[in-house]
Ligand binder design. Structure first.
Ligand SMILES: Cc1cc2nc3c(=O)[nH]c(=O)nc-3n(C[C@H](O)[C@H](O)[C@H](O)COP(=O)(O)OP(=O)(O)OC[C@H]3O[C@@H](n4cnc5c(N)ncnc54)[C@H](O)[C@@H]3O)c2cc1C
Length: 473
């Protein structure tokens, strides 16, 4: 294990003199200071979601009269309506979880929202499938006919049922490709494109619900509220996933001005644009970047800022792992860039104690480098630890050295392969004796972050003082 604060003074072997060096922001520059996230917004969102679920169940339970319930097929129809309403309501919640609503996104973080979205996913699709089955059984019992014949009657004679059937087929296909074993075998972009069809599926199913749902036919108030909730949700999705990114892209007019090698296989991309110091961003956040270059223009990938924005430039630093990250090293100067974000809750606003420690696994140093820059308080006495297999993989040594020096901190490198060097609670407590009283920010690959978080808990760092960002969603 090599740990030495003096080592950071040595220039990295593979670094080339680059414009990135010259563009490191000076601490004196003025930048829009992002307000602390509204931590209560997630609680308010959760309360509203719970109330909505209660109201939805309520309108389903009160939709049928006693005589309708006791009629032939009545019970199955009632259960079909209940599962339809609760299922589509949960589908709406799933969509809203990933609508990138800034106040919620900043308080909770996209990684957690995506996790909740995934956990919720099996419920709406199962409930909607139960609705299809139960409603068909109910109507078939009432009409004293077979299930298949009833399906045919639905499609040929009921308004908007053909569209709803297509919508259900799309949802089923998405559910199948989202099964972990299938999803991990597909190209991420293919899965992503199929997954976006969920919006179409929900839109197709919506009309039949309004035209035929027992809770809405003859109940104008419930109908008006349901339509308003769905239209408002569509507005939020369009506004935050399409409108705001387009607005930011046009406002800042980013284009690539330089690409420079930081270490073998690691490149910084410098983008210039307008009013970038007005971008609402905290150190540690990431953006979704779409570089309008041949072969990759259709892909948007998450990369953290590796420095706080300057007035007219942004820097991201990328390790080559696959087709997109490899293509970035060859981006032509002048390539136009579209951005979504900034996103993420991995920021200085999570800090609860004065002192901090920052632990990076490999390329995770990008987000931590920007976060360190954003913590200007000298009393934070940051301890920065970078874990890498090879010394050459540790980037930004000089910049981090300068930043920790200004904040009366320390910088350690832990170098060596996993078989040679164990990075556990013993190593951490050797490097940061007072780790239990610090806020600890950990960033890097999933396995690294999980194992460091476990070590920190064993070192009695409170759960609320451990903040992490994993470089995969
Ligand atoms: C919040 C966040 C911040 C990140 N910041 C950085 C950074 O500063 N520097 C850096 O080098 N890397 C960063 N990454 C990782 C980076 O997004 C992936 O390495 C990159 O997208 C890989 O794409 P690829 O086509 O080159 O490789 P692929 O072979 O397509 O993917 C390799 C792995 O990267 C992940 N990945 C791929 N596409 C995406 C996507 N659209 N969204 C999320 N994960 C994806 C998956 O885990 C995948 O298994 C970050 C990831 C996240 C989630």
């Amino acid at each position: 294990m090599a740990t030495a604060s003096s080592r950071y003074a040595r220039p990295a072997r593979h670094q080339v003199p680059s414009p990135a060096r010259r563009q490191v922001p000076s601490p004196a520059r003025r930048r829009r200071d992002l307000k602390a996230p509204m931590s209560w917004s997630a609680d308010v969102g959760l309360c509203l979601a719970g109330l909505g679920l209660g109201a939805t169940t309520g309108i389903a339970l009160t939709a049928e009269t006693h005589s309708e319930l006791t009629a032939t097929g009545g019970l199955a129809m009632f259960a079909g309506n209940l599962t339809a309403l609760v299922g589509t309501y949960l589908a709406l919640m799933m969509v809203l979880l990933v609508a990138r609503i800034p106040s919620i996104e900043r308080a909770v973080g996209q990684d957690r929202l995506v996790k909740w979205h995934r956990r919720l996913a099996p419920w709406p699709i199962s409930l909607i499938a139960a609705h299809v089955l139960l409603t068909t059984i109910g109507y078939a019992q009432a009409a004293k006919t077979g299930l298949l014949r009833q399906v045919g009657t639905f499609i040929s004679s009921y308004p908007d049922m053909l569209a709803a059937t297509v919508g259900f087929a799309i949802m089923t296909a998405i559910a199948i490709v989202s099964v972990h074993a299938i999803r991990t075998r597909m190209r991420r972009e293919t899965w992503w494109t199929i997954h976006l069809w969920m919006y179409m599926a929900l839109a197709l199913a919506f009309m039949h619900q309004i035209a035929l749902g027992p809770s809405f036919v003859g109940h104008p108030l419930a109908r008006a509220v349901w339509i308003t909730v769905w239209l408002a949700s569509a507005g939020l999705v369009l506004g935050y996933r399409v409108g705001l990114p387009l607005l930011r892209t046009f406002r800042h007019r980013l284009k690539v001005t330089a690409v420079c090698e930081e270490a073998p296989g690691i490149f910084s991309v410098i983008c210039s644009g307008r009013e970038l110091d007005r971008l609402d961003v905290s150190g540690g956040q990431f953006l979704l970047w779409r570089f309008l270059a041949r072969g990759i223009w259709w892909q948007a990938h998450p990369y953290s800022l590796s420095a706080l924005p300057q007035k007219s430039s942004l820097r991201l630093t990328v390790k080559q792992v696959g087709d997109h990250s490899k293509a970035l090293s060859e981006l032509p100067v002048g390539t136009r860039v579209m951005i979504e974000g900034p996103y993420g809750a991995f920021t200085r606003h999570k800090r609860r104690s004065r002192k901090i420690a920052l632990i990076a696994g490999g390329i995770g140093i990008t987000a931590l480098r920007a976060l360190l820059e954003d913590v200007t308080d000298k009393r934070s006495q940051p301890v920065v630890i970078v874990r890498a297999s090879r010394a050459a993989d540790v980037i930004f040594k000089d910049e981090i050295a300068q930043l920790v020096k200004n904040r009366h901190g320390r910088f350690h490198e832990v170098i060596g392969s996993r078989s040679e060097v164990v990075f556990d609670e013993e190593t951490i407590s050797e490097l940061v004796a007072d780790i239990a009283v610090r806020d600890v920010f950990v960033c890097g690959p999933e396995g690294f972050v999980t194992s460091v978080a476990r070590s920190l808990l064993r070192l009695r760092v409170p759960h609320e003082a451990i903040h992490h960002e994993v470089f995969s969603l």
